[in-house]
Write a protein that binds this ligand. Sequence first.
Ligand code: 5GP
Ligand code: ZN
Length: 117
Amino acid sequence: MMSHSPDCIFCKIINGDIPSAKVYENDDVLAFLDITQVTEGHTLVIPKQHQQNIYELEPETASKLFAAVPEIANALKANFAPQGMNILNNNEEIAGQSVFHYHLHLIPRYGQGDGFG
Ligand code: 5GP
Ligand code: ZN
């Protein structure tokens, strides 16, 4: 039984209560386009287990999550043809975390003026 938090927007996306543009899904991991595209193809990768941030993330959840990342990154590379990609994670409000369900941002990069950095 997956652990879900009733008020969590990403748990609602996992449940299908809120629609999302899915990029990838397996039993443990979901990837979908960020509603605010910092650059074209900006994608969030989340564990289906609700864990708030890096301080709560269990090693098993982390390893299942990261195991899916190369395939997702390659799918974005194939679809959007970026020149590079940043992968980042914000923990706590001061660091920019606004959704308290652990997630990685995959941000394709297209060169100077692409909107990020
Ligand atoms: P954080 O600021 O916590 O690192 O990242 C949260 C991200 O979730 C933000 O980039 C924000 O645009 C995205 N986000 C928030 N609500 C939704 C939503 O309902 N759907 C999608 N696809 N992205 C969302
Ligand atoms: Zn959640």
